[in-house]
Design a protein. Structure first.
Length: 557
């Protein structure tokens, strides 16, 4: 899939560069009329900003799992006067090697298909003023080099640039991944003992929960090595899961990289779930793609049988449950490091575990190699005091945090930990909302990768791991906030989870901010909602004493 990156980067004679300009007619002329532009004739302000991953690969494109097929509809979501700017195969047929845009390339969802559609269309160099963090990471995993407009202008003037100019801004481990041509070739050489990881120099120190979990799973470092925020490391992973939207790519990638007879070292702690496309048959918009949906389902089943992972497939149209909830209930354990292909993976933090979502390439690598790249996150702890008011839940608390802290980017790319006497008024079932809602903990267009959430004994779960000394926790944290849980019930608009709306009256302005800290959830329970009652099909129940993946009959052939 990927090849070692050359040490010198140059543009060969005749190499084409596609400029994604705000003038969409200029894009058409480059695609269909052979127009070639130069950076010296444009400014950054002439280029499209905030190119969304949903524009690069709309949801319907993601029904294809082969990157080569996805590339045929690259940028299918960029529309002008009701018509696609990029017709089918336009990016491939244009013969472009470089693609150029403005600020914040790759905002929106974290779908890896956005990076895949460019690479499999022939793009090898991505130029932008800045990149959304997760999209940048997806490019790194694919071995795609990223640079700025000044570098492009030099390349177009015939200069040769050393690879270090593209990689020097990254940490030592990320540089190795880019130099090797992507995550898969890096992992294969590391497993074969052909690469040496940079030695960590962090001295012995007290650590937060997230730091302890990373430290106890370090690869290529001495036993007992401590970590600190921003340390780039390779860490072992205990388990994870994928769903029918992503498993097909995982199976395809592993077959291509390791051969059709590939095996997984620890299948017992990994799983597949059928929950994302469970009702696709009943959605009129999905009907034209049902043959592709069935391919995704079939390939997930093939992967499950081949690899021997846990099977949470639907039987007779009934799913065992939502992946991030069932995984937390059945196989995520205290102190685990878990990664999965779902943005709500962080719900596993309710079990005092370190959990977050990744793309298909990262997941395929970690299930096969057993390890993954981690940049140790900073931590922000919320010391909860007081008691919940009647009708309020943990979701009301986390909504207030989104409004009062995420809006200011205080939670961005940080592990969120929860403790304090206020947790005593939380029922145990309140822990998962505290863990799963941090995925929204960043204002647009930034992207958040929240990593963990603790329950009342926030550090006790990891006392047996590295550095068992009692830690003065406030000195370890980026921020420590004391927050009252005596708040009012509230809700928010779906697209702005940090914009609070009091739950009553329901017609309050979206701009209204409550006078007291608010943890939000609507006062109406989903189970009593007339809409929910109509939409939710009758669900079969199973005995709580047996794992759900073990108590269901096999799907009929």
């Amino acid at each position: 899939m990927q090849h070692q990156t050359p040490s010198v980067i140059r543009l060969e004679e005749g190499a084409r560069v596609l400029f994604l300009t705000k003038d969409l007619e200029l894009i058409r002329k480059q695609l269909y009329e052979g127009l070639n532009l130069r950076m010296e004739d444009l400014s950054v302000e002439d280029l499209l900003d905030d190119i969304n991953t949903d524009v690069m690969t709309p949801a319907w494109v993601c029904f294809d799992h082969e990157p080569a097929e996805i590339a045929k509809n690259a940028y299918a979501g960029l529309m002008h006067e009701g018509k696609r700017v990029f017709e089918e195969n336009a990016l491939i047929n244009g013969g472009f090697q470089v693609i150029v845009s403005g600020q914040r390339k790759g905002t929106g969802s974290s779908r890896e298909t956005a990076a895949q559609c460019e690479r499999w269309a022939g793009i090898r160099l991505v130029i932008a003023a800045s990149f959304a963090p997760i999209h940048e990471r997806n490019n790194i995993n694919l071995g795609q080099l990223m640079g700025d407009h000044a570098m492009l202008e030099r390349l177009q003037n015939g200069e040769e640039l050393a690879l270090e100019e593209f990689t020097s801004r990254y940490d030592p481990v990320t540089r190795l991944i880019l130099e090797e041509g992507g995550l898969f070739p890096f992992a294969k050489r590391l497993a074969a003992g052909e690469l040496n990881l940079p030695a960590l120099t962090t001295p012995s120190r007290p650590m937060t929960m997230a730091e302890k979990i990373v430290a106890r799973n370090l690869v290529g470092q001495p036993v007992g090595q401590c970590v600190k925020p921003h340390d780039p490391v390779i860490a072992g992973v205990q388990g994870g899961y994928s769903h029918e939207f992503t498993t097909a790519q995982v199976h395809t990638f592993l077959s291509e990289v390791y051969g059709e007879d590939y095996t997984l070292p620890n299948p017992d702690k990994f799983a597949v779930f059928e929950d994302h496309l469970l009702y696709a048959d009943h959605n009129p918009r999905f009907i034209p793609f049902m043959h592709k949906v069935q391919v995704l389902r079939d390939l997930q089943k093939a992967f499950q049988i081949h690899a021997g992972v846990r099977d949470y497939s639907a039987v007779d149209g009934v799913s065992p449950g939502i992946c991030h909830q069932v995984a937390r209930e059945e196989f995520i354990e205290v102190g685990d490091f878990i990664q999965a292909t779902d943005s709500h993976t962080c719900m596993g933090g309710a079990s005092n575990a370190l959990t977050y979502g990744v793309g298909a390439t990262e997941y395929a690598n970690l299930v096969s190699a057993g390890f993954t790249f981690v940049k140790v996150p900073e931590s922000i702890r919320f010391e909860l005091v007081g008691e919940l008011h009647p009708g309020c839940t943990a979701k009301d608390v986390i909504l207030y945090i989104l409004a009062d802290h995420a809006r200011e980017e205080l939670t961005l790319n940080r592990s969120m930990e929860f403790g304090g006497p206020g947790l005593a008024s939380f029922p145990w079932t309140s822990a998962p909302p505290c863990a799963t809602w941090p995925q929204n903990a960043a204002p647009a267009p930034a992207s958040a990768r929240p990593t963990s959430c603790s329950t009342p004994g926030w550090a006790s779960a990891c006392r047996t791991s590295t550095s068992t000394r009692s830690a003065p926790w406030r000195s370890l944290l980026t921020r420590a906030r004391s927050t009252t849980v005596a708040c009012t019930s509230s809700t928010s608009t779906p697209s702005n989870p940090w914009s609070l709306i009091p739950a009553t009256p329901i017609a309050a302005s979206p701009q209204t901010r409550p006078t007291a800290p608010t943890w939000r959830t609507s006062t109406r329970s989903p189970s009593t909602s007339p809409t929910a009652a109509r939409a939710r099909p009758a669900r079969k129940t199973t005995s709580p004493t047996t794992p759900r993946c073990a108590r269901r009959p096999k799907r009929p052939a």
